[in-house]
Design a protein around this ligand. Structure first.
Ligand code: HH2
Length: 285
């Protein structure tokens, strides 16, 4: 009789090692498509809460050229999102996740709870996306180390403070995250840094981060940027989240120019096209 291993011991082992180099091997950044199985996400809350709608959206994003699908079941928007229990997150993810994994694109799990991440890795997710940079759930670093999967370590703050030097704050936070990662035994070649556009930042600070993103290269690690539909765009051109495609693409092109290696977006087809055309133009220099 075949031993029944959890899927993660089959997939997260070898795939956990190989997934990041493959995603970072191209001239232009990898594109991560967002699937929010939530009633209250800031730009698409409620659209994909039904399992079949979430799966259809994931399928569309893969067809549009997504290199990674990032699936989340708790809105992390700074103002007004409802905290969700691990049970609720799992209840939302259960009918969806394995089907999204079956689409054949690496899946990352966007959760700050190690219990949810552990379950998702068992279902075949191969990347952990922690919007609290290993600093919220004490079990997260040990879990990521034990599973050998890549982890996205994002900067976050409880609230924005316009008086601080945001680049300094991000650097100090990420240094602390890297210390936690090293202590837990997470290999540095599995870590992606993310300054967390829109998280605990004023709109101006989010734009500062994009403009000065190159400063994060001193960490020597790949950087992910998720500016998609975020509020800073509306500070420049008042707009509803669904009307922020142009601003999102502008931000992502500047991020790519300043060194971002992974772009997280709701609008995959348009973003892939923009990144590829920008790279092709650069080739002509
Ligand atoms: N942004 C959001 C959620 N997760 N993860 C990373 N690593 N970086 C980000 O910038 C990021 C993230 C917010 O966007 P969205 O998922 O659309 O909204 P919500 O949190 O309301 O579901």
């Amino acid at each position: 009789m075949m031993a029944t291993k959890p899927i993660s011991s089959v997939i997260a082992g070898p795939a956990g090692h190989a997934v990041l180099p493959a995603l970072l091997s191209r001239r232009y950044p990898a594109v991560m498509g967002v699937v929010n199985v939530t009633p209250d996400s800031f730009s698409d809350g409620g659209q994909f809460i039904a399992p079949e709608q979430a799966l259809a959206q994931a399928r569309k994003l893969v067809a549009d050229g997504a290199d990674i699908i990032d699936i989340g079941a708790e809105s992390t928007r700074p103002y007004g999102s409802q905290p969700v229990s691990a049970e609720d997150e799992l209840r939302r993810l259960k009918p969806v996740l394995a089907n999204v994994v079956a689409l054949g694109v690496p899946v990352s799990i966007d959760s700050m709870k190690s219990e949810v991440v552990a379950w998702a890795l068992d279902q075949g997710a191969v990347i952990a996306n922690d919007v609290w940079g290993l600093q919220r759930d004490a079990g997260m670093a040990a879990l990521v180390a034990a599973r050998g999967v890549p982890v996205i370590v994002m900067h976050n703050r409880e609230g924005a403070d316009p008086a601080i030097d945001i680049m300094q704050d991000i650097a100090a936070f990420l240094a602390r995250s890297l210390e936690i990662a090293a202590k837990a035994g997470i290999s540095s070649d599995r870590i992606v840094l993310d300054p967390g556009i829109g998280f605990g930042k004023t709109p101006e600070q989010s734009m500062t981060v994009l403009a000065r993103l190159g400063e994060l290269s001193s960490f020597g690690l790949p950087v992910l940027i998720g500016a998609s539909r975020k509020r800073f765009i509306s500070k420049v051109v008042p707009s509803e989240p669904q009307q922020r495609l142009g601003g999102s693409i502008a931000a992502h092109l500047i991020a790519a120019q300043n060194g971002a290696r992974i772009i997280r977006t709701h609008d995959v087809a348009e973003t892939v096209q923009a990144l590829r055309v920008a790279a092709a133009i650069k080739d002509q220099q």
